[in-house]
Ligand binder design. Structure first.
Ligand code: FSO
Ligand code: SF4
Length: 555
């Protein structure tokens, strides 16, 4: 195996024996083979698509397959074997359509190879990984595209679950995957593809934002309980709000409470979920602390997406996966073949046999600061900036993770001056959302827009503030970007921000291992991307970045 797709890549280089995330070498190779197979599918789908021929089956296969390969989503080799065989069969059907439509010409190996047995898959898998691209810079750009499209696939899948689909996003995914097989593309053309990926990143997050809001209402400022009640409960983690909705409906009146974990916390801010009296609160923290928290929860846990950590034996039988999440021999709640809600009766029955959760904290967290909420406060915010009460905003969106170096983000939040406001989204918030950072004239100093996909909200807020201040450039706002990344959804969020023209983003706790020195220098030169340093020096650097008295937005 050779995997360097996430921030935890071993030694800051790559995982080569097994994953720091717990992924085994056989699963890593099968994931590479699935990406390769789907790139073959996309080779045909891209052409058919461009010629107005429906590719819905390829759209779904690519979206779901890529999502399954995201860090901490699926550890089950059976899933990848089945998806590769299904991908090959689909690819052959597309190939027939391609031929029947009159197309011909040279094809890459990914579009033509075949296998009949699992042993043949395993043999093939060993030769189609990341290292098959020999040139380090081309490899880096190809993988940057693949990881961006993986993140895009995750958000497209959530939107599709809510009935929202954008054919142009699927068309781009096919075109981009097919391009990663094209040896004729120059490095400049691949850089262009990376930037285009950012455009479709904005589109997919906007699509998901609309789908969430139309399905569940616009998030409202909401106080979320951190304590527990005396009933048995189900803990829901991951990002899929449709799964949460179906579970809430099916648990209503059952005597079982429902709690959120990790990236599900922002669900409490949606009006549609507030009517459920048994939707009690949030339990625990960021994904990486789940071993202790799933243990003390004592009831079943539903993982709707990543981030799943290989479970301890002590609670393993209480974890259920659904959607693209999976783990060997773990109970999985599949979507019914004919459509309609998933059947959560087994997990509900399981909960009834369990003791109530052990309380690990009390109090509340306030969330719901998505773009509609913040923009409804725009006058107050603008006045606070003009009056000098708010000197600077810090976008600290992204991911949490288990590396000790992430303590930086807690210290950074603590040491920011009291006249600054943190805008956050994603699980990165757990590094500072329980600190008592106070408020500025009633505006909390941590404004939580929601899940990682809601980073889109932060961009909408920035663009609206730019207009409110009459600025031409979003980079003239008193906003700094100090973003924590972990997996591939953070890659598409980053590319989306670059597409929107945001410059000087600081990325940590380490820069991606998949950026070759030459590709990293392109990002540094064109976009001012930088890493992080010592907390105090970074705070001073950000605060001195622009003299507030000279700031166009403040005058
Ligand atoms: Fe976090 Fe995991 Fe949401 Fe990621 S739970 S790390 S960027 O999967 O998706 O923020
Ligand atoms: Fe390593 Fe991250 Fe790949 Fe897991 S996903 S194998 S931790 S680089």
């Amino acid at each position: 195996m050779f995997c360097y797709q996430c921030q935890e890549a071993a030694g800051g280089t790559a995982c080569t024996a097994s994953g720091v995330c717990g992924k085994t070498a056989d699963v890593a190779d099968l994931q590479d083979l699935l990406v390769y197979t789907l790139s073959g599918v996309s080779t045909y789908a891209a052409v058919l698509n461009a010629n107005g021929i429906d590719t819905a089956s390829a759209d779904a296969a690519v979206t779901e397959g890529l999502f399954a390969t995201i860090t901490n989503a699926n550890f089950d080799p059976r899933v990848f074997v089945e998806r590769v065989f299904a991908g090959l069969a689909l690819r052959e059907r597309l190939r027939e359509q391609w031929r029947a439509a009159g197309f011909s010409g040279a094809l890459p190996d990914a579009a033509t190879w075949s296998a009949d047995t699992e042993a043949q898959l395993v043999e093939k898998a060993a030769s189609v990984g990341v290292l098959r691209t020999e040139n380090e810079d081309v490899r880096s750009l190809r993988e940057l595209v693949v990881y961006g499209v993986k993140g895009m696939a995750a958000y497209a899948h959530h939107a599709a679950r809510l009935g929202a689909n954008d054919p142009e996003i699927y068309a781009f995914m096919h075109r981009a995957l097919a391009a990663t097989l094209d040896d004729s593309l120059t490095a400049d053309e691949l850089v262009g593809l990376v930037l285009e990926c950012g455009k479709f990143g904005v589109d997919v997050m906007a699509l998901l934002d609309r789908a969430h809001t139309e399905s569940f209402g616009a998030p409202e400022i909401t106080s979320v309980n951190l304590g527990v009640r005396g009933n048995p409960g189900i803990l829901v983690s991951g990002h899929d709000l449709k799964d949460l909705e179906e579970l809430l409906v099916q648990t209503e009146g059952s005597g079982v409470d429902v709690y959120t974990h990790g990236e599900m916390l922002p669900a409490h801010s949606y009006p549609a979920f507030k009517r459920f009296a048994h939707f009690v609160g949030n339990y625990g923290n960021g994904w990486w602390r789940q071993k202790e928290e799933f243990e003390s929860f004592r009831g079943p846990v539903l993982m709707t997406t990543n981030c799943l950590v290989p479970p301890r034996d002590s609670y393993r039988d209480r974890v259920y996966t659904t959607g693209l999440a999976g783990y060997p021999d773990m109970s999985h709640v599949a979507a019914p073949a004919g459509g309609g809600p998933k059947d959560f009766s087994a997990i509900i029955a399981h909960a009834k046999r369990c003791a109530p959760p052990v309380e690990i904290e009390q109090g509340a967290l306030v969330g719901g600061f998505a773009h509609a909420t913040v923009l409804s406060l725009a006058d107050t915010v603008v006045d606070a900036v003009k009056g000098g009460a708010i000197k600077r905003f810090f976008v600290m969106a992204g991911c949490d993770g288990r590396m000790k170096s992430r303590e930086y983000y807690t210290a950074f939040a603590e040491r920011l001056p009291a006249d600054t406001v943190i805008l956050t989204a994603g699980c990165a918030k757990y590094r500072y959302n329980k600190l008592d950072l106070g408020d500025i004239g009633g505006i909390p100093r941590v404004l939580d827009a929601g899940q990682c996909n809601d980073s889109y909200s932060l961009a909408v807020i920035a663009l609206a503030l730019k207009d409110a201040f009459g600025l031409d450039d979003v980079n003239d706002l008193p906003i700094s970007y100090n973003i924590a990344w972990y997996e591939q959804k953070a890659v598409i969020v980053l590319l989306a921000l670059l597409y929107l023209g945001v410059k000087n983003i600081h990325l940590g706790p380490t820069l991606p291992a998949f950026l070759s020195p030459a590709v990293a220098s392109v990002l540094v030169e064109r976009f001012g991307i930088a890493g992080i340093g010592a907390v105090d020096e970074d705070v001073a650097m950000f605060m001195g970045e622009r003299d507030p008295d000279a700031c166009a937005a403040c005058s």
